[in-house]
Design a protein around this ligand. Structure first.
Ligand SMILES: *Cc1c(COP(=O)(O)O)cnc(C)c1O
Length: 364
């Protein structure tokens, strides 16, 4: 595994595993009467990855950034595009031009989207977001969401698609029969006011799959917005103890190169103050230990604790912007400068790796 050539660090993305995961998740949703949106923001909407989701059956792709949606359009990805962050007023012209729909929680924004859509002779789809306790985006007041729905319904260039909610992001709230049931009940109230059925009731993101697999998803939820469970596929097995048969947990791998191997004390020498980021870590004295430094750091991965070494006996003990420090005392192999080590990546690390210019991306 020594490497004098090649460009490191490299983030390898397995096309067959992503496609396999996308197919599994799409089928699981469809079997439960749910049409999922494939959310690609986690991997910076790499067009080749987005294409795999489309091949798996996803009709709509979701992303939080207009810049990424525009790049997907430029790559001729044949799917509808949904902006899943509440639009900024400053991006409404681009939103209307390049996206088919968006999640919204401000009537003023929706009015301006309508105006722009009229100017561009387009119809823009809107899902009204409702806050069911996670306290990030969404209408909180029941009366306000009903009023917004009534007004949106009347706007000529807006198509009111439905309502939705987001959970497990700020407030760490689990999707449940209760909070999603309340969303369905609110949908019924909106339908009564506008005198027709809503096409979409959007019950959250990857974490809502926990309800699906346990058979607890409220009947009327017919839409989810799924990213993590396809492209990272770690939260359900590792955090929720939910086995997802046929879903690969390792669709992406980080490979980084060893630049130093030394035996050093495990406890710093001198007066301990703050680290590279102003934190005050706690160090344990384990005596002299064999360590390796890899040429990859927090600039590339955000937070090294979101990496999981693939090799037995290798432990991450710290990181700075450009260095990852490993304890390799227990590693059975003979590690040398130039060797390449592999890491599985949790969502937060994937987010940084995909958007870092310093990391080569390889679809394999
Ligand atoms: C990011 C996001 C999603 C997708 O979340 P995953 O955990 O990747 O499935 C869905 N909806 C909204 C509003 C989001 O911001």
């Amino acid at each position: 595994m020594s490497n004098y050539e090649g460009q490191y660090p490299v983030y390898e993305i397995s096309a067959s595993k992503i496609k396999g995961n996308a197919c599994k998740i799409y089928e699981l949703c469809r079997a439960n009467g749910i049409e999922p949106v494939g959310v690609v923001k986690g991997c910076s909407a790499i067009p080749q990855v987005a294409e795999l989701l489309v091949q798996a059956g996803f009709k709509t792709l979701g992303d939080s950034r207009m810049k990424e949606i525009i790049r997907l359009r430029a790559s001729n990805i044949s799917a509808k595009m949904m902006l899943i962050r509440i639009p900024m007023l400053s991006e409404i012209p681009e939103l209307v031009r390049y996206a088919d729909s968006s999640l919204n929680s401000e009537i003023e924004t929706i009015r301006l989207i309508n105006k722009e859509a009229k100017a561009q002779q387009k119809i823009h789809g809107v899902i009204l977001m409702v806050d069911k306790g996670d306290l990030r985006e969404g209408f909180f007041d029941r009366g306000e969401v009903i009023e917004a729905a009534k007004e949106a319904e009347m706007l000529e260039n807006i198509e009111l698609l439905g309502i939705g909610t987001n959970l497990g992001c700020y407030g760490s709230i689990k999707p449940s029969e209760k909070n999603l049931g309340a969303l369905c009940e609110l949908a019924a109230a909106v339908e009564k006011e506008i005198g027709r059925k809503l096409e979409i009731i959007s019950g959250g993101a990857s974490t809502s799959i926990s309800l699906l697999v346990n058979g607890l998803m409220p009947e009327r939820i017919n839409h989810l917005r799924i990213g993590e469970a396809i492209i990272t596929a770690k939260d359900l097995p590792y955090l929720w103890d939910i086995e997802m048969p046929g879903v690969y947990r390792d669709p992406m791998v980080l490979k980084a190169q060893v630049i130093e191997i030394k035996c050093k004390p495990s406890y710093p020498i001198g007066e301990i103050f703050v680290d590279a980021f102003g934190n005050r870590p706690v160090y344990t004295d384990r005596g002299m230990r064999k360590r390796a430094i890899l040429a990859v750091g927090n600039k590339d991965v955000g937070d090294a604790s979101k990496l999981k070494p693939r090799h037995e006996g290798i432990e991450i003990i710290g990181s700075s912007s450009d260095h990852l420090i490993l304890d390799i005392e227990e590693y059975a192999g003979d590690l040398k400068v130039g060797d390449v080590l592999e890491f599985d990546t949790f969502y937060a690390a994937m987010l940084f790796l995909c958007s870092s210019d310093c990391v080569r991306k390889a679809i394999v």
